[in-house]
Design a protein around this ligand. Structure first.
Ligand SMILES: Cc1cc2nc3c(=O)[nH]c(=O)nc-3n(C[C@H](O)[C@H](O)[C@H](O)COP(=O)(O)OP(=O)(O)OC[C@H]3O[C@@H](n4cnc5c(N)ncnc54)[C@H](O)[C@@H]3O)c2cc1C
Length: 158
C-alpha cells in the first residue's frame, strides 16, 4: 500500500480528499453513519460526507466508515481508501456565501471498494488514524489553510 500510494502522493500525481465530516458528525465525529459492509473481497459503502475540501478535484478519498454498528459509537470505525472514480461516488458542490466553490458533499451509493483498500485493522484503527491524519494536516506544508490559498489546482475538474 505504501509503495502504491506514497510516491504518487508525494509527487502530487494523486490528489486526496478527506472524508471525515458528515451532516450529523462534525465535532462529534464518532456519530458518523457512512457504512462499509463486507461482501467477500470488497466493502459496499453507503452514506454521505460533507465539507470535502476541493473534492471536485480529488482522485482518491481517505474515509472513516462504520464497519460495525453493534458496538459503542467510538468503536466499529475503520479507515478506507476510496477511488473517487468508482461508480456510485457523487461529488456535489456547496456554494459558499461569497459564491466560491471550495467544499463539497460526497455521496456513496453502493460503492464497491476492494478490501485491500482498508488501512490498518477493521473496526480498530479509525479513531487512531483520524488523530494522526488531523495532526499531519496541521503540520504538513499542504495543510487545508494553505491549500485554500492555492490559486488554481492543476487537475482538470471532472
Ligand atoms: C472550509 C471548511 C473545509 C472543511 N474541509 C473538510 C474536509 O475536507 N474533510 C472533512 O472531513 N471535513 C472538513 N470540514 C469539516 C470540519 O472539520 C467540521 O466543520 C468540523 O468537524 C466541525 O463540525 P461541524 O461544522 O459540524 O460543527 P459542530 O460539530 O456542529 O459544532 C458547532 C459548534 O459547536 C461547538 N461544539 C461542538 N461540540 C461541542 C461540545 N461538546 N461542547 C462545546 N461546544 C461544542 C463547536 O466548537 C462549534 O463551535 C471543513 C470545514 C470547513 C468550514
Amino acid at each position: 500500500m505504501k509503495e502504491r500510494f506514497l510516491p504518487a502522493t508525494a509527487n502530487i500525481d494523486i490528489w486526496w480528499s478527506q472524508g471525515f465530516s458528515e451532516p450529523d458528525a462534525g465535532s462529534d465525529l464518532a456519530s458518523l453513519k457512512t457504512s462499509a459492509v463486507r461482501d467477500g473481497d470488497k466493502y459496499i459503502v453507503n452514506g454521505q460526507k460533507t465539507w470535502t475540501t476541493l473534492g471536485q478535484y480529488g482522485d482518491w478519498m481517505f474515509n472513516l466508515v462504520r464497519t460495525d454498528p453493534n458496538v459503542k459509537k467510538q468503536a466499529g470505525i475503520s479507515f478506507l481508501l476510496i477511488d473517487m472514480k468508482t461508480p456510485g461516488v457523487t461529488v456535489r458542490p456547496i456554494q459558499l456565501i461569497d459564491g466560491g466553490h471550495e467544499v463539497n458533499e460526497v455521496f456513496f451509493d453502493n460503492v464497491e471498494v476492494p478490501v485491500e483498500n482498508l488501512v490498518g485493522e477493521e473496526n480498530k484503527d479509525g479513531p487512531t488514524r483520524n488523530s494522526c491524519s488531523a495532526m499531519s494536516e496541521q503540520a504538513s506544508p499542504g495543510s487545508a489553510a494553505r491549500r485554500s490559498t492555492w490559486p488554481v489546482p492543476r487537475h482538470t475538474p471532472r
